[in-house]
Design a protein. Structure first.
Length: 324
């Protein structure tokens, strides 16, 4: 019998239960994947808490890597034994096996391990969407990135620097400053000891930044808006400190005709061609060394609760994976 991390109600990490979970039979177009690694992402905690509703009982995890064990009728381009990675499209990834719709599966290049694929896939595709879709970062742009030493932030800083932007990273401790600089930040702000707004204004000679990528949410939203130059873009893509409270849209006009985007990566890769392009771009940057994926936390999937607690402490850096 397949085992998985399942939730039957919303709550803290104690609702994560390692138990037997029967998978549905393969339908036409489905693939059975034996998971080897599940990627951990903050969206997992949002689902666990109920910020993103799920249908109970729910298997946790949206991203995984593994090996094709069985293909359903009508599946082409995939064979038993192929190493694949996926984002959504089926049963959760905190599981020994997952049933995934074939169009959501991408074959992992030979030079990339399952761990790297699972650690980077959602985060990397998110960064691709944020830097190219939510706002098109251009050479010379002043870019402000929160959680610059974290899983998404570390990739975004490297990618934005590769484009030619002036990258200002924000971290939460002195220990993370040097790490953020190693990921390409030109300047780093420690929000535990420095005021973000005046520091950003000083670093940009009073201009502000063209775009803010804010993954924290409630605690930093207003400050992030104030850091923007006129006509700037606020990209709010996370809720690590809670959901952003309601506010008046007139605020955007008063602060300089600002734009506000709340992206969701699936919208950018809904078409198979876009998924393939984004995946190829990501894997090529990893293969060439333009992106370094740092896995700093590994947990057995059965200890998912410990992984959630560790990452939610906001004391971690880099990516976290669950070994199946």
């Amino acid at each position: 019998m397949n085992k998985a991390i399942v939730i039957h109600q919303y709550g803290d990490s104690s609702v994560l239960q390692w138990q037997e979970f029967a998978l549905p039979p393969l339908k036409q177009g489905d693939v059975l994947v034996r998971n080897t690694v599940a990627g951990f992402n903050m969206i997992d905690t949002y689902m666990r808490k109920g910020l993103y509703p799920v249908k109970f009982p729910a298997v946790m995890g949206v991203e995984g890597a593994g090996v094709v064990e069985e293909v359903g009728a009508g599946v082409t381009g995939l064979a038993i034994g192929d190493r694949v990675v996926y984002l959504g499209g089926g049963t959760g990834s905190y599981s020994e096996h997952s049933v995934v719709a074939a169009p959501r599966l991408v074959v992992i290049p030979e030079d990339i391990s399952d761990e790297i694929a699972a650690a980077s896939y959602l985060k990397g595709l998110t960064v691709w969407a944020l830097l190219n879709g939510s706002y098109k970062v251009m050479p010379g742009d002043n870019v402000l990135i929160y959680a610059a030493a974290g899983g998404v932030g570390s990739l975004m800083c490297q990618w934005a620097k590769k484009i030619g932007a002036h990258v200002i990273g924000i971290v939460g401790s002195n220990e993370k400053v040097a790490l953020a600089k190693s990921y390409g930040c030109d300047d780093v702000i420690n929000r535990s000891t420095q005021d973000i707004l005046p520091t950003v204004k000083t670093l940009t000679r009073g201009e502000g930044v063209q775009v803010v990528y804010d993954s924290l949410g409630a605690d930093t939203f207003e400050t992030s808006l104030d850091c923007l130059a006129p006509l700037g873009t606020m990209v709010s893509f996370g809720n690590a400190t809670g959901a952003v409270p309601p506010f008046s849209i007139l605020t955007l006009a008063a602060k300089g005709s600002l734009k506000l985007v709340r992206p969701q990566v699936h919208a950018y890769i809904a078409k198979r061609a876009d998924l393939e392009h984004a995946s190829a771009t990501l894997f090529n940057m990893i293969s060439t060394g333009d992106l370094s994926v740092e896995i700093t936390q590994r947990f057995p999937v059965s200890q998912a609760a410990k992984a959630h607690d560790t990452v939610e402490s906001q004391q971690t850096t880099g990516a976290t994976v669950l070994i199946v």
